[in-house]
Design a protein around this ligand. Structure first.
Ligand code: NDP
Length: 284
């Protein structure tokens, strides 16, 4: 196959394909970046058109959607009849626009979201989301499995980006809480190394152990059953986090929106329910 983009991620993708014994042609804007993978057997193309012409499957991993369009649009004719698997991070709307553009030009388009960091590619820890042209995806599933477990979500090209960004939201939201908690304890010269042994098990107990229950609540819309820590109680205690942060000289920016959301949920009459009810209130 062909891989367009030899950044940290593109290079990891090429290495996984090569390790699987797949002949791989590569192109990158900055030519020197190909040296490492060429030493492992990749063939370097001088131009995008030459790279595209080399393979029926073109995997794209570039900076963002604008770069993808700048790189692919001039070679639309060369792409006709080929499969493009775009693993560049983007929005569902961008993916759907790319799919429409591809359809106009006779290109089979699959959008994807990589749920791994470069060293995880090709390991059991990686999975990659795909959506779009199903037959094209299935035709190349085996080779794509080299990158990580392949999860096909449906013919709507926007689905992979939606799931990808939702999963990243879970990650960044969790990071935000971790960052804030570390900032708080560090105001008293507590080292991060001293604190994280409490943080890990606490997060595991609060998040990992509760996901099935959360899913059940959301899918049934029943937030009032066997509530052990109701929203009103949590909303009453939450301002202490914000106030203590201010007292300790820490910006409450990451926590304040949570307080607002909880207060709105209580004001809307959900105080006796589980805090998960706020998910419904996020709908715009
Ligand atoms: P890098 O910054 O390492 O690489 C960016 C790539 O985009 C390079 O190949 C770069 O070429 C190319 N590029 C940037 N601007 C242009 C341009 N104007 N024209 C042509 N090519 C251009 O990023 P990554 O490889 O890490 O990320 C690539 C994609 O993978 C992103 O969408 C990212 O969100 C996604 N991703 C990355 C993960 C990670 O942990 N790294 C995890 C999951 C997804 P050049 O070498 O010439 O600068």
């Amino acid at each position: 196959m062909t891989v367009l983009g030899l950044g940290a991620m593109g290079t990891a993708l090429v290495e996984a394909f090569l390790a699987g014994g797949h002949a791989t042609t590569v192109w990158n804007r900055t030519p020197g970046k190909a040296d490492g993978v060429v030493a492992r057997g990749a063939v370097v193309a001088e131009t995008v058109a030459e790279a595209v012409a080399a393979s029926p499957l073109v995997v794209v991993c570039l900076w963002d959607d604008a770069v993808v369009r700048d790189v692919l649009h001039p070679v639309a004719d060369a792409l006709a009849g080929r499969v493009v698997v775009n693993l560049t991070n983007g929005t569902p709307a961008q993916a759907r626009e790319m799919a429409a553009w591809a359809a106009e030009h006779g290109v089979e388009y699959v959008d994807g979201g990589i749920m791994a960091i470069p060293p995880g590619i090709g390991t059991e820890h990686a999975f990659v989301l795909y959506s779009g042209a199903e037959a094209a995806f299935e035709a190349h599933r085996e080779v794509l499995e080299r990158l990580g477990a392949a999860k096909y979500l449906g013919a709507d090209a926007g689905l992979a980006a939606l799931f990808d960004l939702a999963l990243l939201s879970g990650m960044y939201g969790t990071f935000a809480g971790l960052w804030h908690s570390l900032a708080m304890v560090r105001t008293e010269n507590v080292s991060a190394a001293e604190f994280v042994p409490m943080l890990g098990p606490w997060m595991q107990a609060m998040i990992g152990g509760n996901l099935d229950r959360l899913a059940h609540q959301l899918d049934t819309g029943d937030y009032g059953h066997e509530v052990v820590s109701n929203l009103a109680m949590q909303a009453a205690a939450f301002p202490n986090i914000v106030q203590a942060s201010l007292d300790q000289g820490i910006r409450p920016d990451l926590m304040a929106p949570i307080q607002r959301l909880m207060d709105q949920a209580v004001a809307a009459g959900h105080g006796a329910e589980d805090v998960a009810v706020v998910v419904d209130l996020l709908k715009n």
